[in-house]
Design a protein around this ligand. Structure first.
Ligand code: FPP
Length: 235
């Protein structure tokens, strides 16, 4: 969800205003995805590296997160949405956990869509955590070295509990991954939008999904056979 800061800058406003507009955009996209029948939506709201931002910006983001969770509670529970969070949640302030954790619990049995907030999240950090867990299992004799497979690692990654991502959208004009879901991205389809996140509309979402739908996913295998011209002529 890149581009909040620039959106505010263009209007001569503090960066926090960009994040505020960005959180409205999160609302829109969550609603649209629920309506479209998207089964899982993960939003990269705060990276492990974002703690390095100025204190007032971090604090504004944490406030917005809390506000978002309070304001969206009804919408989440009323629409069968299961709320999850992934990342180093222990670093989040108590006032965020105080609204996040109860909502995760209350929505745990919802099945229409899983909304995952990536908070204090880092893809490299998640891989390292999974590796540490497997190493501990080997050390304790619970599994053998040969059990450290690609799937075993994958199963240790909370961000992939909903499955590997099919489509990843990055807004804000940059064409990079910025430590998001590194392991799960192996065969994800990527869409880069020049729109700043607060300006990202339903139409932009639909157009990203349409682009995804028009692609042939091969997962390293060969594609569908091309039309055989000779047999077409014979026919
Ligand atoms: C990146 O834009 C955005 C973020 C680091 C924060 C995203 C947070 C929100 C949209 C609001 C809070 C979250 C929820 C779930 C309500 P940037 O600041 O890096 O933009 P820039 O590249 O233009 O500076």
């Amino acid at each position: 969800m890149d581009g909040n800061g620039r959106w505010a800058q263009l209007r001569g406003q503090p960066r926090a205003e960009g994040h505020r507009a960005g959180s409205q955009s999160v609302r829109r996209v969550v609603r649209a995805c629920r309506r479209l029948g998207v089964r899982a939506l993960t939003v990269y709201a705060f990276s492990e590296q974002n703690w390095e931002r100025p204190e007032d910006e971090v604090s504004a983001l944490m406030d917005l997160l809390k506000e978002f969770l309070i304001a969206e509670r009804g919408e989440i529970l009323g629409n069968g949405i299961r709320l999850q969070a992934v990342g180093n949640l222990g670093r989040l302030p108590g006032f965020v956990r105080a609204v996040l954790d109860p909502l995760r619990n209350e929505s745990a049995d919802n099945h229409e869509m899983t909304l995952t907030l990536a908070l204090s999240y880092g893809g490299r950090e998640e891989i390292a955590m999974a590796a540490r867990e497997l190493a501990a299992d080997v050390k304790a004799g619970r599994i053998g070295e040969a059990d450290i497979t690609a799937d075993a690692l994958r199963l240790r990654m909370p961000s992939l509990a909903v499955g590997d991502p099919d489509l990843v959208i990055r807004t804000g004009g940059e064409q990079r991954i910025s430590n998001f879901m590194l392991y799960g991205l192996a065969y994800a389809e990527l869409v880069f939008s020049d729109k700043l996140w607060p300006d990202f509309t339903y139409e932009d979402l639909y157009s990203a999904i349409a682009s995804y739908q028009s692609r042939e996913r091969r997962f390293g295998r060969v594609g569908k056979p091309a039309v055989n011209v000779t047999s077409t002529v014979r026919a």
